[in-house]
Design a protein around this ligand. Structure first.
Ligand SMILES: *Cc1c(COP(=O)(O)O)cnc(C)c1O
Length: 219
């Protein structure tokens, strides 16, 4: 049995090792603990261990758990990492300091508008459907240019690009392709890497890794 705090230490060590191999500074790397489906107690245990960045997929679930946690822990940052419906945008901008799933122009317009209402300007990642998959979230590769320019012309901060490679395939070529798109558009951040592939993601330029099972579940 290991505790969440111990698992977190091991993951941070693995991130640091991958960063060293890639000649990168691991202080440039943000570990986002993905807490979907986890209880407030499990989250509190990680906060006590020093974890500050958390990610949630669904606005509804985040609304049930996070307002109380954020009041108790004002230094914690919550990231929205799941598909965002337009009718949830006002709640999303109130809860999330960054949103990793900007995939369409109309969503950007809604984020700007509701952000103004709420007095919030979340950082956004443009999510790219990097494997061109039918059911997957994210914009087409050909739309990255338009969305990046639209965010840059908006009051929101462009944090970077985000992607989830196709399940069951070697992720490295997809991470590399996203990195290439980021360089082409002069974008600094890359939100890539989950429990099964975060070291590869770090070696290929991740600036934020989103980790759930490896943090919260005992293997
Ligand atoms: C659930 C989820 C993760 C974390 O996945 P794990 O494999 O549990 O680490 C990361 N990103 C997104 C968008 C997710 O939905």
């Amino acid at each position: 049995m290991s505790s969440a705090a111990q698992r977190r230490e091991r993951i941070l060590a693995r991130i640091a090792h991958a960063a060293t191999l890639a000649r990168r500074d691991s202080s440039d790397l943000q570990l986002i603990a993905v807490s979907k489906g986890r209880s407030a107690d499990e989250i509190e245990a990680l906060i006590s261990a020093g974890q500050r960045d958390f990610g949630e997929n669904r606005v509804q679930e985040a609304l049930e758990k996070w307002p109380a946690l954020l009041t108790r822990h004002p230094g914690v940052r919550l990231h929205g990492i799941g598909r965002l419906q337009s009718n949830k945008v006002l709640e999303a901008v109130k809860l999330f300091t960054s949103i990793h799933s900007l995939d369409r122009r109309s969503l950007l317009d809604a984020l700007v508008k509701e952000g103004e209402k709420a007095g919030r300007t979340p950082a956004v990642y443009v999510q790219v459907n990097i494997g061109g998959e039918e059911q997957k979230g994210g914009c087409a590769i050909g739309e990255v240019d338009m969305l990046v320019e639209a965010v840059r012309a908006s009051p929101l901060h462009l944090a970077g690009l985000m992607a989830i490679p196709p399940v069951g395939l070697e992720p490295a070529p997809y991470f590399a392709l996203l990195g290439k798109l980021a360089r082409r558009h002069d974008v600094a951040g890359l939100s890539i890497g989950m429990s099964s592939d975060f070291e590869t993601a770090v070696m290929l330029g991740a600036t934020a890794v989103r980790i759930g099972t490896a943090l919260f579940d005992d293997e």
